[in-house]
Design a protein around this ligand. Structure first.
Ligand code: PBG
Length: 323
């Protein structure tokens, strides 16, 4: 039935009517907070391009998680800035590595908080690439061995979920096998299944001190122009044993989020990345948009597209803004 019998404005007449027919509602349960941890004690270094975010030493990180827990946010994902970087990313799988130390401290003080380990090597290699480099190439299969070791080391340190983000072929399978034979068969994998070579990671590279010293990441991260390839990437990760999958970035890739959620039916995460956050912060600082409305609208759109949960630097602010 068409107009004038049908008038869609009838259900938009009051806040209560609108609430009644609202299809997507955000809650703090939807959010994961990304956090950066560095060596030292009593350190809380501001990340300039990401207002309100810091590189924390482990003791400060534990403190920073108290309000996150109180706000009802279920989990955090950690990125480490190691003391030393080298060609083999030793800091990534060291028993006393920076994120391993952080996980032990957090498990002790906030046992209910879900700890997700980002598993990648760009923060740990001296060249800033996400894998082993030989003759200027990022070598896939040699990197898998490191990924397997790192996953077990992270799980042993107390991480609840392992999230490989290096975009090496076969990484999910290699990690699953290592976890299973390392006594960690109950540790789930959140695969960064469709991760694009995105300009929106810019501020993160300042935060994690991880820009590549030569070239870029286009030989392993996906071409932003490709949609069907994202489905192939996801299908492989599902076959290799991913428990959950992720699309990254979020806002420019809503079509991918929607298709991945509908096609595979796995819990699907979206990573609203550093650039998505910094854009809103910068515009808000200039008085160009209403930050609270713009941030909640963005997060709602990501959930509406199909994300079951969202990794977002707005996690704490958004949780506090919600009614
Ligand atoms: C790789 C990694 C990156 C991000 C998360 N994991 C950076 C990259 O691929 O260059 C980006 C996250 C963000 O921009 O918020 N370890």
């Amino acid at each position: 039935m068409a107009f004038p019998t049908t008038r869609l404005r009838r259900l938009r007449q009051s806040p209560s009517l609108r609430r009644l027919v609202r299809e997507t509602v955000l809650t703090p349960d939807d959010f994961i907070m990304p956090l950066f941890v560095r060596p030292g004690k009593g350190e809380k270094r501001a990340i300039k391009s990401m207002p309100g975010h810091y590189q924390y030493s482990v003791d400060e990180l534990v403190k920073a998680c108290a309000p996150i827990v109180s706000a009802g946010i279920p989990g955090v994902i950690l990125f480490g800035i190691p003391d030393k970087k080298d060609a083999r990313a030793s800091g990534a799988f060291a028993k006393d590595g920076i994120v391993q130390k952080a996980a032990r401290a957090l498990k002790d003080k906030h046992p209910g908080l879900v700890l997700i380990a980002d598993l990648c090597f760009c923060e740990y290699t001296d060249h800033g690439h996400c894998g082993i480099v030989e003759d200027g190439n990022i070598v896939n299969d040699a990197t898998l061995e490191l990924a397997a070791k790192t996953a077990v080391s992270q799980a042993e340190a107390g991480f609840d979920v392992i999230a490989p983000s290096g975009m090496m072929d076969g990484q999910v399978g290699a990690i699953r096998k290592a976890l299973d034979s390392g006594g960690k068969s109950m540790t789930p994998i959140l695969a960064y299944a469709a991760k694009y070579a995105s300009a929106f990671y810019g501020p993160f590279r300042e935060a994690a001190e991880s820009p590549p010293s030569f070239g870029d990441r286009s030989s392993y991260q996906m071409d932003p122009a490709n949609f069907h390839e994202a489905l192939r990437e996801t299908e492989l990760d599902v076959k290799e044993g991913a428990d959950m999958v992720m699309v990254k970035p979020a806002l420019p890739y809503l079509d991918v989020i929607k298709a991945v959620r509908e096609r595979f039916g796995l819990p699907t995460a979206a990573y609203s990345v550093s650039g998505e956050f910094s854009m809103l912060k910068a515009a808000a600082a200039n008085g160009w948009l209403d930050e609270k409305r713009a941030a909640l609208e963005s997060l709602t759109a990501i959930k509406r597209a199909g994300a079951d949960f969202i990794l977002t630097y707005y996690a704490l602010e958004a949780a506090r803004w919600l009614p």
